[in-house]
Design a protein around this ligand. Structure first.
Ligand code: UDP
Length: 252
């Protein structure tokens, strides 16, 4: 067992998707080990929407099953894990992991590339992070496109920038599929899909206050702040939990 496997040995499965029982500092230590080991490695922040999408989308399911680290992102994942017999030690969300990874990058001089989101948003998110950690080396920012036709051009841009960490904001499952498809052609040791993280960091989308997040009610805040998401949230929270309650134990 190598260092990475040993540190993430607390792995469970929810509806066939592996979830690592890690805290944020452990996830960051694992990320550092992945970068030192050389690539390619993929981290996914798995929330209930990911698990429901994986039930419909076998390619996404295969990518999640092959990922090097799947962090529990979302209170629903913690509830489901508890129902299945494991109390996970915490949530590790895309926003927090992005902040932690960029702090780590600033400390260790890892170069970070910001791919995805609307034009200008990746730049604004990177600038915000650089304000916080002035030593952060931004290898590049590019809005790009998750369409396979754009793969080759984006690979050239990213390879030329030589990042150690690639953050991809195309929303799930496109960002995870983009990474799985393209990372073998890039010399990037660590890649992670970050969903709407750049939007939050750039101040384009409000984030739930900390007290509400602690209560596990971020989804309710999103429902009010972004009503267009209601269908996704309904799918993510109650339908996911019902599926786990009715079927979860059978998949253990
Ligand atoms: N996005 C993009 N190109 C696309 C589709 C989406 O850059 O073709 C970006 C979008 O601007 C946003 C992110 O992907 O920044 C999706 O955020 P969301 O919160 O919906 O992520 P999810 O929760 O689906 O992972």
């Amino acid at each position: 067992m190598n260092q990475i496997e040993a540190m993430s040995s607390g792995r469970i499965e929810i509806l066939g998707i592996p979830i690592d029982n890690v805290t944020e500092p452990e996830a960051l230590a694992l990320a550092a080990a992945m970068i030192e080991a050389g690539g390619p490695h993929q981290i996914c922040t798995v929330n209930p929407e990911f698990i429901m999408e994986a039930r419909r989308n076998p390619t996404f399911r295969a990518v999640l099953r092959a990922a090097d680290l799947n962090t529990p992102d979302g209170f629903g994942v913690l509830l489901a894990a508890r129902w299945l017999g494991t109390t996970l030690r915490g949530r590790v969300t895309g926003v927090e992991l992005t902040q932690g990874l960029t702090r780590l990058a600033a400390e260790r001089q890892y170069r970070v590339f910001f791919l995805g989101a609307a034009p200008g948003v990746a730049e604004a998110a990177a600038a915000r992070l650089q304000q916080r950690w002035p030593a952060l080396q931004v290898a590049g920012c590019y809005a790009g496109s998750p369409a396979p036709e754009a793969d080759e051009q984006q690979r050239r841009i990213i390879a030329a920038a030589r990042p150690d960490i690639l953050l991809v904001a195309y929303g799930h499952p496109r960002q995870e599929l983009w990474i799985a498809r393209n990372q073998p052609f890039l010399r990037v040791p660590l890649a992670m899909g970050v969903g709407g993280t750049f939007d939050y960091l750039a101040g384009r989308v409000p984030r739930a206050p900390r007290w509400l997040r602690r209560l596990g009610l971020e989804w309710a805040f999103r429902l009010v702040a972004q009503p267009a998401r209601w269908r996704r949230i309904i799918d993510a929270v109650p339908a996911f939990l019902l599926t786990v309650f009715w079927q979860g134990r059978r998949s253990l």
